[in-house]
Design a binder for this molecule. Structure first.
Ligand SMILES: Nc1ncnc2c1ncn2[C@@H]1O[C@H](COP(=O)(O)OP(=O)(O)OP(=O)(O)O)[C@@H](O)[C@H]1O
Ligand SMILES: Nc1ncnc2c1ncn2[C@@H]1O[C@H](COP(=O)(O)OP(=O)(O)OP(=O)(O)O)[C@@H](O)[C@H]1O
Ligand SMILES: [Mg+2]
Ligand SMILES: [Mg+2]
Lengths: 229, 229
């Protein structure tokens, strides 16, 4: 589903030049449940942003869901993302002027075009699934950190995208709520063959994935097949 | 150092009324290393915000560092915070238009009034201590999630405040960096008798504190003295 060859990402602004990803190769099969792991600053979010077509590679080749995304224009990248990818951002990225319900509804209404009654049903279903079913009327500023994180998760899963990229989706969650979120994602992978790619430090996620790709200073150290993966 | 009696916090806006903290009592001694724990949405951040004089209680009494803070005006609360409290926010709350260095320098320059050469030395020392010593020139938008978190920690510790409140300070950190941050805080408690009050789900912090206060639905379930405190 995802093929990366010699991927490089360099951030430049003024005299600042940071080689965040310095030559990375990997293949991720459909319906995988995998994670990038590594120290803070090692390049996990940068890599996820490239796979999710949010940020173009500086060098190298990247195929996602069969499509070469390396040279996509901003507009084509946005359309591609809307059709194929669900993304949980490390800082949640909720829209402050929309309610929790409207935030989760957004991809169904403004990006895809689901009819209203189907949207209402689907949004409520996802909010219930992350334990936020009675909070739909609130605004992001009126909910806790872990509640924001769960709304971000619900939004990433709502379109039933083929590929879900989740950047630290359980960082702000207690054990029970984290388990609820991980179980929900496993269920979607089993039922719909959704591919899940995580970036995380959370051992609770690492214990549940089949493969971990270890990043350090922008390069992949090794691939580890989890036992019983 | 901290005495809370029958503390209540109710958020009201329009017809929305949320009893986030519903009657909480506790005492925290000076130089303690303690944590509030509990499920997402249980009221941890709300409680920390009251102790940190960021948000007034709706009912009850609260004494911090010997001062009754229950009825403080916004201005007096701000001055009191600046003199006595360091706060690590769950969402970091860095100032986007200031560099990393300037963000950490802010409490020393704009809140307290340290002379320039002492500020420069102290800021660099704190950045080095959280592993961000070479990142001072960057802006918050140019660093990773865990790097932002560490800058927020450095800023909370820079004034050598008597009381440090840290809301999920390790949520975005890998094991080594989290250990670095926890060790730094323990060292400050041993050396300067700083009181540390955490709100967290992270077992790495819970393993290191002497007392955990467990919150659920806005009330305290129990106090647990950790073995070997
Ligand atoms: N401004 C607000 N208006 C209304 N309700 C609020 C507001 N802020 C928080 N709440 C609610 O108060 C409750 C406690 O929130 P709080 O942020 O203290 O939880 P928390 O324990 O820190 O959770 P987490 O672990 O997810 O960070 C939650 O149910 C939340 O939705
Ligand atoms: N816009 C930018 N400009 C310059 N450097 C950047 C930018 N964004 C990220 N970086 C740098 O690139 C490196 C990788 O960042 P990235 O966010 O991918 O790390 P990460 O592995 O996700 O870290 P964390 O676990 O802390 O979230 C870091 O050293 C960071 O400072
Ligand atoms: Mg990151
Ligand atoms: Mg919180």
């Amino acid at each position: 589903l995802i093929v990366a060859e010699k991927l490089v990402k360099t951030y430049s602004s003024g005299d600042l030049e940071v080689k965040a990803i310095r030559g990375v190769d990997f293949v991720i099969e459909p319906a995988s449940f995998v994670s990038f792991i590594g120290p803070s600053g090692s390049g996990k979010s940068t890599l996820l942003n490239m796979i999710g077509c949010l940020d173009p590679p500086t060098e190298g080749q990247l195929k996602v869901v069969g499509q070469d995304v390396t040279g996509l224009s901003r507009q084509d990248a946005a359309r591609f993302r809307g059709e194929h990818i669900g993304f949980v951002f490390q800082d949640f990225n909720l829209i402050p002027v929309l309610t929790v319900f409207e935030n989760v509804e957004y991809p169904l209404q403004m990006v895809q075009s689901w009819p209203k009654d189907e949207r209402m049903k689907r949004v409520q279903e996802m909010l219930d699934a992350v334990g936020m079913g009675d909070q739909g009327h609130k605004y992001p500023s009126q909910i806790s950190g872990g509640q924001k994180q769960r709304v971000a998760v619900a939004r990433a899963l709502v379109t039933n995208a083929k590929l879900v990229l989740a950047d630290e989706p359980t960082a702000n969650l207690d054990r029970e709520t984290a388990t609820m979120v991980i179980e929900l994602m496993k269920k979607m992978r089993d039922e719909f063959k959704t591919t899940f790619v995580f970036s995380t430090h959370d051992p609770r996620i690492v214990d549940n994935v089949e493969i971990t790709f270890e990043l350090e200073d922008g390069i992949l150290k090794r691939h580890e097949m989890a036992k019983g993966g």
